[in-house]
Structures are given as C-alpha cells and as structure tokens.
Design a protein around this ligand. Structure first.
Ligand SMILES: NC(=O)c1ccc[n+]([C@@H]2O[C@H](COP(=O)([O-])OP(=O)(O)OC[C@H]3O[C@@H](n4cnc5c(N)ncnc54)[C@H](O)[C@@H]3O)[C@@H](O)[C@H]2O)c1
Length: 395
C-alpha cells in the first residue's frame, strides 16, 4: 500500500507487517496473521534458530536475521518491535526513518532525551508510532472504565499500582534495571482513567542491589516506591489526585503481581492479592442510623473484557495473557493506519506515561526529592476511548 500520513485514511489494501523480536513477539505474529486488514507477516530475530522455529510453527516464509536487511526490502508498511529495552530508542528511529509505521513494546525509552528524540522522529516521519501498553487494553481496565462511566465509582479519589516481578534468571541485560523505568503497566491505568499527566513525583528506593544484581544500569534498588501527583484535563473527574505505585524486580520474596486499583467517592475496584484471583469491587452506601462510617458492600468480580470491540477473526485471542490485551493492541495499531489517524497511545501519550518512571528513579537516587515531570502536550481527553468496533473512524 502507499504512504500514509495523518491527513486521512490510507489507500485501501492490505498492510504488510514485520514482527521483530520473537520472545514476546511470537505471541503477536499469529494475531497479525489473523487480522483482516493485514496482508503478509514477516519475522525478524537475530537468533537464527529461534527465527526458523517460529517461522516453521506459523508457516511464515519471510524471515530475516537482521533488521537492516528487512527494512531494505521494499513493501513492508508497518513494524512491531519487541527487542530488548535498550534497543528500542535507536530501532524505533531507524524504522520511522525508513518510512514504516512503528509499534513498540514498553517502555518507549529510558531517558528523557530519548523520549524527545522519538517524538521528533515520529513528527518528521509522518508515520504512526504506538507504544503497546498492555494494561490500557486489559479486561480489568475496560471494567474500571465501565464503572467510572456509569457512575459506580463517583469522582475519582486515589490510585494504587503494583508491578512485583522477580527477574532473577532473566536475560542478563535486566541486571540493575531501575524498576521505575518500567512504570507504565502499574501507572498508565490511573493516567488513562483520570485523563491525567504526572506533574511531579517523589520516590524512595528500597533494598540496595547486592553485587550479584548490579548490571549495565549500575547501582540502584531492588524496589522503588513512588507517589505521583496527577493533573487531569477534566476538572470534574477528581481533585488533587495521587497514584501510589510500587515496582520491584529484585530481592523481594513475593509472587508476581502486575496490576492497579482505583478508588472513587462512591466505590472502588481492587486488584487481587494473588494473580488470577478475582478482583474486589466495593460500593459505598449511607451511614447507617446511629452508626459510624458509610456502609460498604463488597463482592468478587472477574471482568469479561470487551471482545465485541475486536474484528471477529481476533476474538479467539481475547482469552490470552496480559488481560486479553494483545488482540486489542494489534487492532488499534492496524486500525490507526487504515483510518489515517494517530493511535490512542501515540508518541506524546507514550512519553507522558513513560517519563514519570524515569523521573521517579531520579528522585530515588536523590533520596526522595520531588522531581517535576515534563508536559508532552498529549491528547489526554480521548486516551481511554476506543475506535468504533466496525473499524470506522469513530472515537
Ligand atoms: N506486558 C508487556 O507489555 C510485556 C511483556 C513481556 C515483554 N515485554 C517487552 O517486550 C520486549 C521483549 O521482551 P522479551 O521478554 O521477549 O525479551 P527476550 O530477550 O526474551 O527476547 C528478545 C528477542 O529479540 C531478539 N533480538 C535481540 N536483539 C535483536 C536485534 N538487534 N534484531 C532482531 N532481534 C533481536 C532476541 O534474539 C530475542 O529473540 C521488551 O521490550 C519487554 O520489555 C512487554
């Protein structure tokens, strides 16, 4: 298909997609294969053995061990990048400069300078950039959004988020990785629901890394705990909101947890203590006659998600990992190209969600000093909305 800018819908025709990095990427390639607007799917991985195995498994013939070689071939319209974090900033710029739309795994980058470079690269290219934040498209997020929209939560009052994951035994490039540089899964649901950016953050590091955990990123902490001051574009949504976020990658004897809790004046939704368990939903009533404190009803909830937002061909993927988010991410990236519009989580929104973690780590290294977070002038008003299910232009 021909070049596409944000000027309007792209010419009709299938979109050819390269999936780069076949660890996490092997979960996405079959979703692109099934998408009705996607034509060819090609695979790129520097590990030739892994590339051949995934190619054979998915019957894909377009295989490349080198991103340069893949981009030198004419005809690919879009690239989904899922390589190690340290490569994202350079490879995204390379992909955009080659005239391809680019989706990138989180995080967008790990320095404020690189966030600025990527925003500039996207603008120069006129191509779409999307950060593939799974939490924003999870069934739990969709449920929280429903509770906010139907008034169950009332006005928003507070957020919590946790991402606790032991990275011992992961590829060695993770050693020393500052936990807050991976803040987006725990923080972005709060920012999307409240249509906020982070104004400032105070963060403390906990548990100095032992010598065997220090890596390329240097000395740091196993756990980082931050208080993020939010600023919403919608004055009716809540006042002076705070998100209380904990990230831990090393030296914490606790099972995996990656989620968010949202609290409002009339109700709340809490992430389970153990992954896979039911969420807890709370609804506040009146203060009973002669009693103290409002009566609160609680119940278990297992959110069903929003498979109806997906083309029929993708609905079978909605039971998958990360809250069933993968087909929604693919559909939003592809739809944004077909419709000639910015994706919801475009470069400015991605920077708005990533920079707070970079600033939080800086705060932790400075003993908890308050750090101002840059304003990326993102479209926060529509970031929690979805395109209409028929694939039209509606928001
Ligand atoms: N929920 C989520 O959003 C989520 C979950 C898991 C991973 N991720 C992200 O996905 C990305 C990949 O994570 P992973 O766990 O699969 O990593 P991984 O290290 O297991 O796999 C990376 C793959 O990329 C390949 N690769 C490395 N350098 C390359 C290069 N220059 N060109 C082509 N291929 C190259 C490697 O051979 C490997 O197969 C990371 O950015 C990670 O943060 C996001």
């Amino acid at each position: 298909m021909s070049d596409n800018t944000h000027g309007g819908p792209a010419d009709a025709g299938p979109i050819d997609v390269l999936v780069v990095g076949l660890g996490f990427g092997s979960a996405f390639a079959p979703i692109y294969q099934a998408h009705p607007a996607v034509g060819r799917v090609g695979l790129v991985d520097s590990n030739a053995e892994r590339l051949a195995a995934v190619g054979a498994d998915l019957s894909i013939a377009d295989l490349f061990t080198d991103l340069d070689a893949a981009l030198a071939e004419p005809g690919w319209d879009a690239v989904h990048l899922l390589t190690p974090v340290a490569l994202h900033a350079e490879q995204v710029q390379q992909i955009l400069a080659s005239g391809r739309h680019c989706a990138s795994a989180v995080p967008m980058a790990t320095s404020l300078d690189d966030l600025d470079r990527l925003i500039a690269a996207q603008q120069r290219s006129g191509k779409n950039y999307m950060m593939m934040e799974t939490a924003r498209y999870s069934r739990e997020f969709f449920h929280a959004r429903r509770l906010l929209r139907d008034g169950t939560l009332g006005r928003l009052s507070y957020f919590r988020g946790e991402h606790l994951q032991n990275l011992d035994g992961f590829p060695p490039y993770w050693l020393g990785f500052p936990p807050m540089h991976y803040v987006t899964h725990a923080l972005s649901p709060a920012l999307a629901l409240s249509r906020s950016r982070v104004e400032s953050v105070r963060c403390l590091g906990s548990s100095r890394l032992t010598p065997d955990h220090i890596g390329v990123a240097g000395d740091g902490f196993g756990t980082e705990a931050g208080l993020f001051r939010l600023r919403s574009v919608d004055p009716d949504i809540g006042d002076d909101l705070v998100a209380n976020i904990t990230l831990s990658f090393f030296q914490l004897g606790r099972s995996y947890m990656e989620g968010f809790s949202v609290y409002g004046t009339e109700g709340a939704l809490e992430w389970p203590q153990l992954e896979g368990g039911p969420m807890k939903e709370f609804r506040a009533g009146a203060v009973p006659a002669g009693g103290r404190g409002r009566a609160i009803e609680d119940g278990d909830i297992r959110p069903a998600g929003e498979p109806d937002l997906l083309p029929i061909e993708l609905r079978r993927f909605a039971d998958g990992g990360h809250g069933g988010s993968h087909p929604h991410l693919v559909h939003e990236f592809v739809s944004s190209i077909v419709q000639g519009r910015s994706p919801r989580v475009d470069a400015r929104v991605a920077a708005t969600w990533t920079a707070p973690g970079i600033c939080a780590h800086t705060s932790a290294l400075q003993g908890g000093q308050e750090i101002a977070v840059p304003d990326y002038d993102a479209d926060l008003a529509t970031v929690a909305d979805d395109a209409d299910p028929a694939g039209g232009g509606g928001r």
